[in-house]
Design a protein around this ligand. Structure first.
Ligand code: IPD
Length: 313
């Protein structure tokens, strides 16, 4: 029921705040001990490599996931839990979203942007999503170093710091989009040096976007900028805010996107599964299901030309 959903939402928001505060405490102790010896510092900043040298996990990821998982299991013992670090330790042969799509499910990344966290680049966050029938209906994203909390609950809109409704940037899409847009895309973790590989498609996508678009180059025909924050979740949050016009990544896991998708959709943005720039502007845009691994997000469109004219009168 709606009342139940509201309760779950309130619980998720508090959990996100608490978990984000834990991330911040951990970041402080990791980087503030100026009296530590070189060896102590080396130990404190340790991380473990998972699938590759850029796929890393810290003790903080694990501690914060354990904290969140425990809170959810205590409050909602019948719900299913999918977490990045729990999954990394398991030997599940299937994609995590397939585990129990019909059971109410939590999808959690305790620390999205782990590389940023280990370098004290502020683009890291906790990401908590709640799914019904495989679709994210609640999303909580908290970036404690930025002091930004993004929350969304189906039918209730998406919010920044619980007071400002998203999107904040409300101008219409540029007429010649993706010309005039800010595009974001992540490097991901697949760094295989292979022309048909994911990395090359990403680089190509960056170049396609940064270069003149579709022969319509020249004045106004190019994207305004190409960004890579190092956190897929925050990319989606900023697309929901309207700061980014387009975000694309191939190779994401469910926990990288679930909360961000809830926030984006509640803000009125669109999530689909397509490669830019050729496919993004088609009239028929299928909604991406979690688990597609390839995601293209488009920000809330802003007012139509008619509405803008009316507002201006
Ligand atoms: C990663 C970040 C990164 C994206 C990867 C993610 P993690 O998550 O979101 O920006 O490119 O696909 O796996 O490991 O920092 O939680």
């Amino acid at each position: 029921t709606e009342a139940e959903l509201d309760q779950i939402h309130a619980f998720a928001v508090q959990l996100g705040k608490d978990a984000g505060n834990l991330l911040m405490e951990a970041a402080r102790s990791r980087f503030s001990n100026n009296n530590a010896t070189h060896d102590e510092k080396h130990t404190a900043q340790e991380f473990t490599e998972k699938d590759s040298a850029v796929d890393i996990v810290t003790q903080t990821d694990e501690d914060v996931e354990a904290f969140i998982k425990n809170a959810i299991n205590t409050r909602y013992p019948s719900h299913h839990f999918i977490g990045e670090e729990t999954y990394a330790k398991s030997s599940q042969p299937t994609r995590p979203y397939l585990v129990a799509p019909t059971t109410p499910t939590w999808v959690v990344d305790p620390l999205d942007g782990t590389v940023n966290y280990t370098h004290l680049f502020p683009m890291f966050c906790v990401s908590i999503a709640f799914l019904i029938d495989g679709a994210p209906v609640i999303g909580v994203i908290y970036a404690p170093m930025l002091g930004q909390l993004f929350t969304a609950c189906k039918g209730r809109g998406a919010w920044l710091n619980e007071t400002q409704q998203l999107p904040l940037v409300r101008q219409p899409m540029p007429r010649n989009a993706p010309g005039g847009c800010v595009f974001s895309c992540e490097w991901g973790k697949d760094r295989k040096d292979r022309p048909d590989g994911n990395l090359y498609r990403k680089v190509e996508s960056f170049v396609n976007m940064a270069a003149e678009v579709g022969g319509r180059g020249g004045k106004g025909g190019m994207v305004h900028g190409v960004r890579s924050l190092g956190s897929a979740t925050l990319d989606l949050a900023y697309t929901a805010m309207g700061s980014f016009d387009i975000w694309w990544e191939g190779g994401c896991w469910e926990w990288d996107v679930a909360a961000g998708v809830a926030v984006l959709q509640e803000a009125g943005g669109l999530i689909t599964s397509a490669n830019p720039p050729e496919e993004w502007a088609t009239a028929e845009i299928p909604e991406a299901k979690l688990g597609s691994r390839l995601y293209l997000a488009i920000r809330p469109a802003g007012p139509s030309e008619g509405e803008t004219a009316r507002e201006g009168q």
